[in-house]
Design a protein around this ligand. Structure first.
Ligand SMILES: C[S@@+](CC[C@H](N)C(=O)[O-])C[C@H]1O[C@@H](n2cnc3c(N)ncnc32)[C@H](O)[C@@H]1O
Length: 389
Protein backbone atom coordinates (compact mmCIF):
# COMPACT_ATOMS: atom_id res chain seq x y z
CA UNK A 1 0.00 0.00 0.00
CA UNK A 2 1.25 3.49 -0.86
CA UNK A 3 2.30 5.73 2.05
CA UNK A 4 2.09 8.86 -0.12
CA UNK A 5 -0.49 11.61 0.35
CA UNK A 6 -2.80 12.55 -2.56
CA UNK A 7 -0.62 15.50 -3.67
CA UNK A 8 2.54 13.37 -3.72
CA UNK A 9 0.69 10.62 -5.56
CA UNK A 10 -0.35 13.11 -8.24
CA UNK A 11 3.24 14.42 -8.49
CA UNK A 12 4.57 10.91 -8.79
CA UNK A 13 1.99 10.04 -11.43
CA UNK A 14 2.95 13.17 -13.39
CA UNK A 15 6.62 12.29 -13.12
CA UNK A 16 5.97 8.76 -14.38
CA UNK A 17 3.89 10.08 -17.27
CA UNK A 18 6.67 12.51 -18.19
CA UNK A 19 9.26 9.74 -17.97
CA UNK A 20 7.19 7.58 -20.30
CA UNK A 21 6.59 10.48 -22.72
CA UNK A 22 10.36 10.95 -23.04
CA UNK A 23 10.90 7.21 -23.57
CA UNK A 24 8.17 7.30 -26.23
CA UNK A 25 9.88 10.21 -27.99
CA UNK A 26 13.03 8.08 -28.31
CA UNK A 27 10.94 5.11 -29.50
CA UNK A 28 9.15 7.19 -32.12
CA UNK A 29 12.27 9.02 -33.27
CA UNK A 30 12.56 7.00 -36.47
CA UNK A 31 8.89 7.05 -37.42
CA UNK A 32 8.58 10.81 -36.98
CA UNK A 33 11.91 11.54 -38.68
CA UNK A 34 10.98 9.26 -41.56
CA UNK A 35 7.79 11.23 -42.08
CA UNK A 36 9.83 14.26 -43.05
CA UNK A 37 11.56 12.26 -45.80
CA UNK A 38 8.24 10.79 -46.98
CA UNK A 39 6.90 14.31 -47.22
CA UNK A 40 9.71 15.30 -49.63
CA UNK A 41 9.18 12.12 -51.66
CA UNK A 42 5.47 12.80 -51.88
CA UNK A 43 5.99 16.38 -53.01
CA UNK A 44 8.45 15.22 -55.66
CA UNK A 45 5.94 12.64 -56.90
CA UNK A 46 3.40 15.42 -57.58
CA UNK A 47 5.83 17.51 -59.66
CA UNK A 48 5.86 17.48 -63.50
CA UNK A 49 7.83 14.55 -64.95
CA UNK A 50 10.56 16.88 -66.20
CA UNK A 51 11.11 18.23 -62.67
CA UNK A 52 11.05 14.75 -61.20
CA UNK A 53 13.77 13.72 -63.65
CA UNK A 54 15.88 16.69 -62.60
CA UNK A 55 15.55 15.57 -58.99
CA UNK A 56 16.56 11.96 -59.66
CA UNK A 57 19.91 12.36 -57.94
CA UNK A 58 18.32 14.10 -54.95
CA UNK A 59 15.83 11.21 -54.70
CA UNK A 60 18.70 8.75 -54.33
CA UNK A 61 19.94 10.88 -51.41
CA UNK A 62 16.52 10.79 -49.77
CA UNK A 63 16.92 7.01 -49.77
CA UNK A 64 20.37 7.39 -48.19
CA UNK A 65 18.89 9.69 -45.50
CA UNK A 66 16.61 6.82 -44.49
CA UNK A 67 19.67 4.61 -43.93
CA UNK A 68 21.09 7.35 -41.66
CA UNK A 69 17.88 7.28 -39.65
CA UNK A 70 18.40 3.53 -39.15
CA UNK A 71 21.89 4.19 -37.81
CA UNK A 72 20.61 6.94 -35.49
CA UNK A 73 17.71 4.76 -34.42
CA UNK A 74 20.08 2.00 -33.30
CA UNK A 75 21.83 4.53 -31.00
CA UNK A 76 18.53 5.95 -29.79
CA UNK A 77 17.38 2.47 -28.79
CA UNK A 78 20.67 1.74 -27.02
CA UNK A 79 20.17 4.97 -25.07
CA UNK A 80 16.77 3.90 -23.73
CA UNK A 81 17.62 0.22 -23.29
CA UNK A 82 18.00 0.26 -19.49
CA UNK A 83 16.40 3.54 -18.51
CA UNK A 84 13.49 1.93 -16.68
CA UNK A 85 15.83 1.09 -13.84
CA UNK A 86 18.07 4.15 -14.14
CA UNK A 87 16.83 6.03 -11.07
CA UNK A 88 16.90 4.12 -7.80
CA UNK A 89 15.75 0.97 -9.57
CA UNK A 90 12.27 2.40 -10.02
CA UNK A 91 10.41 0.52 -12.70
CA UNK A 92 8.66 3.11 -14.89
CA UNK A 93 7.19 0.61 -17.29
CA UNK A 94 3.75 1.01 -15.72
CA UNK A 95 3.81 4.73 -16.42
CA UNK A 96 1.28 4.48 -19.23
CA UNK A 97 -1.34 3.56 -16.71
CA UNK A 98 -0.55 6.77 -14.85
CA UNK A 99 -1.04 8.93 -17.93
CA UNK A 100 -4.35 10.66 -17.33
CA UNK A 101 -5.09 10.67 -21.07
CA UNK A 102 -4.86 6.90 -21.04
CA UNK A 103 -2.44 7.20 -23.95
CA UNK A 104 -0.67 3.99 -24.70
CA UNK A 105 2.52 3.91 -26.74
CA UNK A 106 0.84 2.26 -29.74
CA UNK A 107 -1.37 5.25 -30.35
CA UNK A 108 1.50 7.57 -31.29
CA UNK A 109 2.00 7.87 -35.00
CA UNK A 110 3.54 10.79 -36.83
CA UNK A 111 2.36 9.86 -40.28
CA UNK A 112 0.98 13.02 -41.85
CA UNK A 113 -1.60 11.11 -43.87
CA UNK A 114 -2.64 8.36 -41.55
CA UNK A 115 -2.96 10.24 -38.32
CA UNK A 116 -4.67 8.38 -35.50
CA UNK A 117 -4.12 10.87 -32.75
CA UNK A 118 -5.28 14.40 -32.14
CA UNK A 119 -3.18 17.11 -33.70
CA UNK A 120 -2.30 18.35 -30.22
CA UNK A 121 -0.75 15.04 -29.23
CA UNK A 122 0.92 14.79 -32.62
CA UNK A 123 2.40 18.25 -32.14
CA UNK A 124 3.71 17.32 -28.68
CA UNK A 125 5.29 14.13 -30.02
CA UNK A 126 6.87 16.03 -32.90
CA UNK A 127 8.26 18.55 -30.41
CA UNK A 128 9.65 15.77 -28.20
CA UNK A 129 11.21 13.99 -31.18
CA UNK A 130 12.95 17.27 -32.08
CA UNK A 131 14.49 17.10 -28.59
CA UNK A 132 15.80 13.60 -29.39
CA UNK A 133 17.24 15.00 -32.63
CA UNK A 134 18.93 17.77 -30.67
CA UNK A 135 20.38 15.19 -28.24
CA UNK A 136 22.17 13.71 -31.28
CA UNK A 137 23.69 17.16 -31.96
CA UNK A 138 24.72 17.44 -28.31
CA UNK A 139 26.49 14.09 -28.62
CA UNK A 140 28.62 15.69 -31.32
CA UNK A 141 29.31 18.80 -29.16
CA UNK A 142 30.35 16.83 -26.09
CA UNK A 143 31.66 13.48 -27.21
CA UNK A 144 32.97 13.58 -30.80
CA UNK A 145 36.06 14.82 -32.62
CA UNK A 146 33.77 17.12 -34.60
CA UNK A 147 32.86 18.90 -31.35
CA UNK A 148 36.49 19.57 -30.37
CA UNK A 149 36.47 23.16 -31.69
CA UNK A 150 33.30 24.04 -29.75
CA UNK A 151 34.67 22.48 -26.59
CA UNK A 152 37.89 24.44 -27.02
CA UNK A 153 35.83 27.67 -27.14
CA UNK A 154 33.37 26.82 -24.37
CA UNK A 155 35.00 24.41 -21.92
CA UNK A 156 38.72 25.21 -22.13
CA UNK A 157 38.49 28.72 -20.58
CA UNK A 158 36.57 27.20 -17.64
CA UNK A 159 39.00 24.28 -17.22
CA UNK A 160 42.03 26.60 -17.40
CA UNK A 161 40.49 28.90 -14.82
CA UNK A 162 39.75 26.06 -12.38
CA UNK A 163 43.34 24.80 -12.71
CA UNK A 164 44.64 28.34 -12.13
CA UNK A 165 42.45 28.93 -9.04
CA UNK A 166 43.28 25.54 -7.49
CA UNK A 167 46.98 25.09 -8.42
CA UNK A 168 48.88 21.89 -7.53
CA UNK A 169 51.27 23.64 -5.11
CA UNK A 170 48.35 24.78 -2.93
CA UNK A 171 46.06 21.82 -3.57
CA UNK A 172 48.28 18.73 -3.56
CA UNK A 173 45.19 16.53 -3.39
CA UNK A 174 42.80 17.87 -5.98
CA UNK A 175 40.19 15.30 -4.97
CA UNK A 176 39.54 17.51 -1.93
CA UNK A 177 38.35 20.32 -4.22
CA UNK A 178 34.61 19.93 -4.87
CA UNK A 179 33.33 21.36 -8.15
CA UNK A 180 29.68 21.51 -9.21
CA UNK A 181 28.52 21.88 -12.83
CA UNK A 182 24.79 22.73 -12.91
CA UNK A 183 23.09 22.28 -16.30
CA UNK A 184 25.71 19.70 -17.23
CA UNK A 185 24.07 18.58 -20.50
CA UNK A 186 25.80 15.40 -21.65
CA UNK A 187 28.46 15.74 -18.97
CA UNK A 188 31.70 16.38 -20.87
CA UNK A 189 32.73 19.51 -18.95
CA UNK A 190 32.07 17.83 -15.58
CA UNK A 191 33.90 14.72 -16.74
CA UNK A 192 36.91 16.78 -17.89
CA UNK A 193 37.04 18.48 -14.49
CA UNK A 194 37.06 15.07 -12.77
CA UNK A 195 39.70 13.89 -15.28
CA UNK A 196 41.96 16.67 -13.93
CA UNK A 197 41.73 15.18 -10.47
CA UNK A 198 38.99 17.30 -8.88
CA UNK A 199 35.86 15.87 -7.34
CA UNK A 200 33.11 16.92 -9.70
CA UNK A 201 29.35 16.55 -9.83
CA UNK A 202 27.29 17.43 -12.88
CA UNK A 203 23.63 18.30 -12.36
CA UNK A 204 20.96 18.03 -15.02
CA UNK A 205 17.16 17.97 -15.05
CA UNK A 206 16.32 17.03 -18.65
CA UNK A 207 15.51 13.33 -19.04
CA UNK A 208 16.51 13.59 -22.70
CA UNK A 209 20.02 14.59 -21.61
CA UNK A 210 20.12 12.24 -18.62
CA UNK A 211 19.19 9.16 -20.68
CA UNK A 212 21.90 9.95 -23.23
CA UNK A 213 24.60 10.80 -20.68
CA UNK A 214 23.79 7.63 -18.74
CA UNK A 215 24.49 5.63 -21.90
CA UNK A 216 27.70 7.45 -22.81
CA UNK A 217 29.14 7.69 -19.31
CA UNK A 218 28.30 4.18 -18.17
CA UNK A 219 28.00 2.00 -21.23
CA UNK A 220 30.55 3.21 -23.76
CA UNK A 221 33.87 1.55 -22.85
CA UNK A 222 35.35 1.75 -26.39
CA UNK A 223 36.48 4.87 -28.27
CA UNK A 224 34.37 5.85 -31.28
CA UNK A 225 32.43 2.58 -31.25
CA UNK A 226 29.14 4.29 -32.21
CA UNK A 227 28.03 6.55 -35.03
CA UNK A 228 25.36 9.21 -35.44
CA UNK A 229 24.25 11.27 -38.42
CA UNK A 230 23.31 14.45 -36.54
CA UNK A 231 22.63 16.74 -39.51
CA UNK A 232 20.31 14.42 -41.43
CA UNK A 233 17.29 16.24 -39.94
CA UNK A 234 18.51 19.61 -41.24
CA UNK A 235 16.96 20.19 -44.68
CA UNK A 236 18.28 23.69 -45.41
CA UNK A 237 21.62 25.41 -45.90
CA UNK A 238 23.59 22.41 -47.15
CA UNK A 239 26.26 22.97 -49.79
CA UNK A 240 26.18 19.27 -50.69
CA UNK A 241 23.97 16.26 -49.96
CA UNK A 242 27.03 14.59 -48.45
CA UNK A 243 27.03 17.25 -45.71
CA UNK A 244 23.52 16.21 -44.73
CA UNK A 245 24.71 12.59 -44.53
CA UNK A 246 27.84 13.38 -42.54
CA UNK A 247 28.54 10.92 -39.72
CA UNK A 248 30.21 11.52 -36.36
CA UNK A 249 31.75 8.74 -34.29
CA UNK A 250 31.49 8.83 -30.50
CA UNK A 251 32.68 8.83 -27.77
CA UNK A 252 36.04 10.30 -28.78
CA UNK A 253 37.22 9.74 -25.20
CA UNK A 254 35.49 6.67 -23.73
CA UNK A 255 34.30 7.59 -20.24
CA UNK A 256 33.50 4.02 -19.26
CA UNK A 257 36.90 2.63 -20.33
CA UNK A 258 38.15 0.27 -17.58
CA UNK A 259 41.56 1.99 -17.45
CA UNK A 260 39.98 5.39 -16.87
CA UNK A 261 37.29 4.04 -14.65
CA UNK A 262 38.02 3.40 -11.01
CA UNK A 263 39.72 6.53 -9.68
CA UNK A 264 37.83 8.96 -11.85
CA UNK A 265 34.48 7.34 -11.19
CA UNK A 266 35.07 7.78 -7.49
CA UNK A 267 35.38 11.53 -8.06
CA UNK A 268 32.69 11.95 -10.69
CA UNK A 269 28.91 11.87 -10.46
CA UNK A 270 25.77 13.19 -12.12
CA UNK A 271 22.84 14.26 -9.95
CA UNK A 272 19.42 14.34 -11.60
CA UNK A 273 16.96 17.09 -10.73
CA UNK A 274 16.31 20.80 -10.68
CA UNK A 275 19.40 22.71 -9.54
CA UNK A 276 17.30 24.86 -7.19
CA UNK A 277 15.73 21.79 -5.56
CA UNK A 278 18.79 19.54 -5.36
CA UNK A 279 21.33 22.01 -3.93
CA UNK A 280 20.19 23.57 -0.68
CA UNK A 281 23.18 22.81 1.59
CA UNK A 282 25.08 26.07 2.29
CA UNK A 283 28.87 26.48 2.00
CA UNK A 284 29.40 23.08 0.36
CA UNK A 285 31.29 23.66 -2.90
CA UNK A 286 34.76 25.04 -3.62
CA UNK A 287 33.75 25.96 -7.14
CA UNK A 288 30.61 26.20 -9.28
CA UNK A 289 31.22 26.10 -13.04
CA UNK A 290 28.37 27.17 -15.34
CA UNK A 291 28.50 26.93 -19.14
CA UNK A 292 25.50 28.06 -21.20
CA UNK A 293 23.39 27.68 -18.06
CA UNK A 294 22.49 30.85 -16.16
CA UNK A 295 20.04 31.98 -18.85
CA UNK A 296 18.05 28.77 -18.28
CA UNK A 297 16.22 30.29 -15.29
CA UNK A 298 12.96 32.23 -15.50
CA UNK A 299 14.48 34.36 -12.73
CA UNK A 300 18.26 34.44 -13.04
CA UNK A 301 18.58 36.06 -9.60
CA UNK A 302 17.47 32.78 -8.00
CA UNK A 303 20.39 30.99 -9.70
CA UNK A 304 22.89 33.67 -8.64
CA UNK A 305 21.71 33.67 -5.02
CA UNK A 306 21.78 29.88 -4.87
CA UNK A 307 25.28 29.66 -6.35
CA UNK A 308 26.40 32.18 -3.74
CA UNK A 309 24.74 30.24 -0.90
CA UNK A 310 26.21 26.84 -1.78
CA UNK A 311 29.78 28.08 -2.33
CA UNK A 312 32.18 27.93 0.58
CA UNK A 313 33.57 31.32 1.66
CA UNK A 314 36.53 31.89 -0.68
CA UNK A 315 34.91 29.64 -3.32
CA UNK A 316 34.78 30.55 -7.01
CA UNK A 317 32.01 30.82 -9.57
CA UNK A 318 33.30 30.47 -13.14
CA UNK A 319 30.77 31.24 -15.88
CA UNK A 320 30.76 31.28 -19.67
CA UNK A 321 27.82 31.75 -22.00
CA UNK A 322 25.32 34.13 -23.58
CA UNK A 323 22.11 35.56 -22.12
CA UNK A 324 19.63 33.78 -24.35
CA UNK A 325 17.04 33.66 -21.55
CA UNK A 326 15.29 30.46 -22.56
CA UNK A 327 11.96 31.30 -20.86
CA UNK A 328 11.71 34.71 -22.49
CA UNK A 329 9.26 33.77 -25.25
CA UNK A 330 7.10 31.43 -23.21
CA UNK A 331 3.72 33.04 -22.60
CA UNK A 332 3.06 30.95 -19.49
CA UNK A 333 6.36 31.81 -17.75
CA UNK A 334 7.24 34.85 -15.65
CA UNK A 335 10.63 35.47 -17.18
CA UNK A 336 12.92 38.40 -16.41
CA UNK A 337 15.79 39.17 -18.75
CA UNK A 338 18.32 41.58 -17.25
CA UNK A 339 21.10 42.53 -19.71
CA UNK A 340 24.71 41.90 -18.79
CA UNK A 341 25.45 45.32 -17.22
CA UNK A 342 22.49 44.94 -14.84
CA UNK A 343 23.43 41.30 -14.20
CA UNK A 344 26.90 42.36 -13.05
CA UNK A 345 25.34 44.81 -10.58
CA UNK A 346 23.08 42.03 -9.26
CA UNK A 347 26.04 39.64 -8.90
CA UNK A 348 27.95 42.24 -6.87
CA UNK A 349 24.85 43.11 -4.85
CA UNK A 350 24.35 39.44 -3.93
CA UNK A 351 27.85 39.59 -2.40
CA UNK A 352 30.28 38.27 -5.02
CA UNK A 353 33.62 39.91 -5.82
CA UNK A 354 34.12 39.98 -9.57
CA UNK A 355 37.72 38.92 -10.22
CA UNK A 356 37.78 38.61 -13.98
CA UNK A 357 35.45 39.50 -16.79
CA UNK A 358 35.57 39.24 -20.56
CA UNK A 359 32.91 39.97 -23.19
CA UNK A 360 32.72 39.07 -26.88
CA UNK A 361 33.92 35.50 -26.34
CA UNK A 362 33.19 33.75 -29.64
CA UNK A 363 31.29 30.55 -28.87
CA UNK A 364 29.04 28.16 -30.76
CA UNK A 365 26.50 25.69 -29.45
CA UNK A 366 25.86 22.38 -31.26
CA UNK A 367 26.46 23.95 -34.66
CA UNK A 368 26.84 22.03 -37.91
CA UNK A 369 30.33 23.11 -39.03
CA UNK A 370 29.39 22.66 -42.72
CA UNK A 371 26.12 24.56 -42.65
CA UNK A 372 25.71 27.75 -44.71
CA UNK A 373 24.15 29.29 -41.60
CA UNK A 374 26.16 29.61 -38.40
CA UNK A 375 24.95 30.91 -35.04
CA UNK A 376 27.78 32.37 -33.02
CA UNK A 377 27.49 33.99 -29.60
CA UNK A 378 29.59 36.84 -28.27
CA UNK A 379 29.47 35.22 -24.85
CA UNK A 380 30.53 36.60 -21.50
CA UNK A 381 33.14 34.91 -19.34
CA UNK A 382 33.55 35.86 -15.71
CA UNK A 383 35.06 34.62 -12.48
CA UNK A 384 33.63 35.64 -9.09
CA UNK A 385 34.57 34.85 -5.52
CA UNK A 386 32.38 34.51 -2.47
CA UNK A 387 34.35 36.53 0.06
CA UNK A 388 35.49 35.25 3.46
CA UNK A 389 33.30 36.96 6.01
C1 LIG B 1 22.08 25.16 -23.00
S1 LIG B 1 22.30 23.63 -22.18
C2 LIG B 1 24.04 23.62 -21.79
C3 LIG B 1 24.58 22.25 -21.51
C4 LIG B 1 26.10 22.21 -21.25
N1 LIG B 1 26.46 22.99 -20.09
C5 LIG B 1 26.86 22.65 -22.48
O1 LIG B 1 27.47 23.73 -22.44
O2 LIG B 1 26.80 21.93 -23.48
C6 LIG B 1 21.59 23.96 -20.59
C7 LIG B 1 21.34 22.70 -19.80
O3 LIG B 1 20.88 23.04 -18.51
C8 LIG B 1 19.83 22.18 -18.15
N2 LIG B 1 19.01 22.89 -17.14
C9 LIG B 1 18.26 24.00 -17.33
N3 LIG B 1 17.70 24.39 -16.18
C10 LIG B 1 18.10 23.50 -15.24
C11 LIG B 1 17.83 23.37 -13.85
N4 LIG B 1 17.03 24.23 -13.21
N5 LIG B 1 18.39 22.35 -13.17
C12 LIG B 1 19.21 21.46 -13.82
N6 LIG B 1 19.50 21.54 -15.14
C13 LIG B 1 18.94 22.54 -15.84
C14 LIG B 1 19.10 21.93 -19.46
O4 LIG B 1 18.34 20.76 -19.43
C15 LIG B 1 20.26 21.85 -20.45
O5 LIG B 1 20.74 20.54 -20.58
Amino acid sequence: MSSLGPAEEIDEAKERAHFQAVVNAFKYYKLCSLDRIHKSEKIISTLPQSHQRRLDKYKTYLTKFKKCLDVNNAVVHMIIKDVDTMFENVDHSMADAANSNGTNTESFGCNYNNCEITSQKQHKMQHDVEKVQSVLKNIVRDWSEDGAAEREQCYKPILDEIEARFPPDEYSNRAHVKVLVPGAGLGRLAWEIAARGYTCQGNEFSLFMLFASNFILNRCPEANAHTVHPWVHQYVNHATCEHQLRAAAFPDAPPAAPRAAAARRARFSIAAGDFLKVYTEPDEWNCVATCFFIDCAPNVIEFIERIYAILRPGGYWVNLGPLLYHYSDMPTENSIEPPYDILLEIITDVGFEILKERTGVKTKYAQNPNSMMQHEYDSVFFVCRKPYL
